[in-house]
Design a protein around this ligand. Structure first.
Ligand code: AMP
Length: 400
């Protein structure tokens, strides 16, 4: 099967690397020179809205998918007139607009922080009456990795933020969450679906630094709840492929923050979650399986499902987790490769990108029999990351 991808970054690279054993060939539409996906895919070098580039992508593909949300909706619509586009462009459009996304959550009965659309300073008072303070002012479009958002503590700060950032904003109540979680769901063309275990995520400056599974002390019903809410989004959008939903856990309740209609950084551990835990397919393999119409494979860390035939039901069972895994992002700089490679059990994934502050250049996965041994490996990796900042407390104390 020939798979086209809008975008040629690291997500496309990993999709192509994981899809190749399934006999798939990949072509990416990507404007930048020498993109990460070039190692594993043919690159059509053109802007995402270039008619000739889009036509070449359609010619080269039996199905088109995408690796990031900020692709022009018109491009997806054009491609869809030529070849199936999955996940459906409706999901792309919804995820491009924080307001549309939050309205979908609300309509589907999925809890969120209180939110209001805001365009001008005059809207601020009414919006804050709904959200309370502190609040977060966000651009509705083109925000990512914490860009385009500001926490405000007073009406005056909120007004100033709106005057500077507006129009086209959303104000949300600030959620004093205990932790951030995400659910990676996969929906097959045949209506089947699988879910990875809830992942605990650690951000700094709005950028994901590290993830781990299992999320310690997680109330068992929250996995089922997360699967149910992802399932409602899948149903509503007629979704096929990987869908990630970012969640806050606050006072035992899950609140949806945003969704990504694509493979997601918080699912990168699934590439290597298996060795200690019984094998299973990564989010990348399952996304390729989904969009090409293959049966989904059981996710990692779910031995009960791994020994059973591939699931073909719409119900997600709570996962009996065996073993543990974690992912550390390499941001801004790649440490000495020899030192990194010497960390036992560390699986290295570099994206072949030029270093730049704040840029995701790769990640390291570790898996082990339990959270303590995984945390120990994370600490070893972290020691090698000069620019990573403080180790998230969840992984223990970094010795000086
Ligand atoms: P986002 O771009 O919406 O994913 O936000 C990036 C990060 O900012 C999140 O992962 C949270 O750490 C934080 N954040 C976003 N929205 C809120 C909110 N309403 N309350 C508290 N923290 C937030």
């Amino acid at each position: 099967m020939r798979v086209g991808i809008l975008g040629g970054g690291q997500l496309a690279r990993m999709l192509a690397l994981e899809g190749a054993p399934l006999g798939c060939r990949f072509t990416c539409l990507e404007p930048s020179p020498d993109p990460p996906a070039g190692a594993a895919a043919t690159i059509v070098r053109a802007p995402y809205d270039d008619p000739e580039g889009l036509a070449r992508l359609a010619d080269a593909a039996d199905v088109v998918t995408y690796e990031f949300e900020n692709v022009p909706a018109d491009s997806a619509a054009y491609l869809q007139s030529r070849v199936p586009v999955l996940p459906p462009p409706a999901a792309l459009e919804a995820s491009q607009d924080r307001l549309a996304e939050k309205r979908i959550f609300r309509d589907e009965g999925i809890a969120t922080a209180p939110f209001r659309p805001v365009d001008r300073a005059e809207d601020v008072t009414a919006a804050l009456a709904a959200t309370g303070l502190p609040a977060v002012v966000k651009t509705r479009r083109f925000g990512y990795d914490g860009k385009g958002q500001l926490v405000v503590e007073s009406p005056r700060q909120a007004t100033a933020a709106v005057e500077r950032m507006g129009p086209g904003l959303i104000i949300e109540g600030f959620v004093p969450f205990e932790r951030e979680l995400s659910i990676v769901a996969v929906a097959g063309r045949d209506g089947s679906r699988v879910f990875y275990p809830l992942t605990e995520n650690h951000h700094r400056d709005g950028i994901l630094r590290a993830s781990r599974v299992p999320a310690p002390g997680l109330a068992p019903h929250l996995q089922a709840e997360a699967e149910a809410l992802a399932g409602r989004i899948i149903d509503r959008l007629g979704y096929v492929g990987v869908l990630a939903v970012e969640l806050f856990e606050a006072e035992g309740v899950l609140l949806a923050n945003e969704m990504a209609p694509r493979v997601h950084n918080s699912g990168h551990w699934t590439l290597d979650g298996g060795p200690a835990t019984g094998g299973g397919a990564s989010q990348f393999e399952n996304h390729v399986r989904a969009v090409t119409g293959l049966r989904l494979a059981a996710p990692v860390l779910t031995p009960a499902q791994n020994s059973a035939p591939a699931p073909n039901s719409t119900t997600g069972a709570a996962h009996p987790l065996v073993g543990a895994a974690a992912m550390v992002n390499l941001i801004g700089a790649v440490p000495d490769l020899h030192a990194l490679a010497a960390v036992q059990g560390a699986r290295i994934h570099l994206y072949d990108k030029a270093p730049r502050p704040g840029r995701k250049l790769g990640h390291v996965n570790v898996a082990g029999p339990d959270s303590a041994s995984v945390a120990e490996s994370v600490r070893r990796v972290w020691r090698l990351l000069p620019e990573a900042g403080p180790l998230p407390a969840a992984f223990g104390v970094q010795p000086t």
